[in-house]
Write a protein that binds this ligand. Sequence first.
Ligand SMILES: NC(=O)c1ccc[n+]([C@@H]2O[C@H](COP(=O)([O-])OP(=O)(O)OC[C@H]3O[C@@H](n4cnc5c(N)ncnc54)[C@H](O)[C@@H]3O)[C@@H](O)[C@H]2O)c1
Length: 389
Amino acid sequence: MNSFDFHNPTKILFGVGKLEQLGEQVAACGSKTVLLVYGGGSIKKTGLYDRVLTQLADAGVRTVELPGVEPNPRVTTVRKGIELCRAEGVDLILAVGGGSVIDAAKAVAVGVPYEGDVWDFLMRKAKITAALPLGTVLTLSATGSEMNGNAVITNWEEKLKKSFGSIYAYPQFSILDPTLTYTVPADQTVNGIVDMMSHVFEQYFSLTPDTPLQERLCESILQTIIENGEQALADPEQYEARANLMLCGTYALNGGMISVGVQTDWATHAIEHEVSAIYDIAHAAGLSVLFPNWMKYVYRSRPDRFVQFAVRVWNIDPAGKSEEEIALTGIQATRDYFTRIGAPARLADLGIGDSEIGRMAKEAVKFGPIGSFKVLHEEDVKAILQLSL
Ligand SMILES: NC(=O)c1ccc[n+]([C@@H]2O[C@H](COP(=O)([O-])OP(=O)(O)OC[C@H]3O[C@@H](n4cnc5c(N)ncnc54)[C@H](O)[C@@H]3O)[C@@H](O)[C@H]2O)c1
């Protein structure tokens, strides 16, 4: 195990009725003017919008709104939010939605105190040194954005999707009421399942030796997602399944708690960002296609980890099988699970051909080779994309 620092400052309020504590949390931040950030209006249909406004009114704060945050949020929307905050003297940002809304809110939060263009942070031209405080009400279990300092933002004009991570971008508080996810449609529930499993994969497939606790944390999160994912799809209003999925999503990517002391990979995410920057597909749809192919491409770097994955996560019986057979059976079990819940298997399923593979591979390694389980160069990325067609 490697040495590490770990600091996660986000306060989590988890369970039925926790939304009723929103006003209290906002008041505790000493806020006078809140920017309410939300998406395409699903919060209005479900009545959540009204409940949030009541809480904000009770807290005695003025509310300014940034509606219409896109899935795969755009930097143009973030810039609009920054302008709004400056013009209206906003002192707290409240994101109500899924990862897209929370990520956009984080980018607004770090952009307000910065004199340059917020896109500089995504292009690593500037370092984040301050942010407005941020709170969230999560409506979709997937990204972990509610308890981490990361954000993924798309620059549609330049066809770029980039991320940043900063201690300043962690929410101060996040309200996680699993009943708010009852209305998440099946396809988005599937996306959430794939997304959180992919977050665990990025931290689990590592060359760092002697990390038994981190490995078992990853394995138990994966098994919990696998079991509860299918239950939530079969019965979208089953509280236990929705609650377990919500906790898994948050644990899977909460500032590295499950991978402290472990060298993580993140190559597949980097590749997917290039795919969805060009094609505007759901992030998780891209991950569903790419991850099993990444696994096939890299498993020989450390076959024993893939054997452990097959046996402990997928309950593959190793008897009579070679190491390679066990590893490949585990990879196939991953693909089969994704297919069983309705996630795509090929880029062709998403209407994507080979015309942009060269460009995506080049952009994925723009800041240098990616990954650590197997370090990937442009040719490797191309090969994984080819396998995924
Ligand atoms: N910050 C991070 O750590 C991190 C990690 C992974 C991915 N991401 C990014 O997050 C984004 C995806 O976020 P996401 O997967 O949470 O999805 P999302 O926020 O894009 O939401 C997907 C869709 O679900 C709808 N929705 C949300 N909650 C709903 C509800 N309760 N009922 C009905 N519909 C609802 C939204 O309106 C939207 O149309 C991508 O841009 C991805 O790159 C961020």
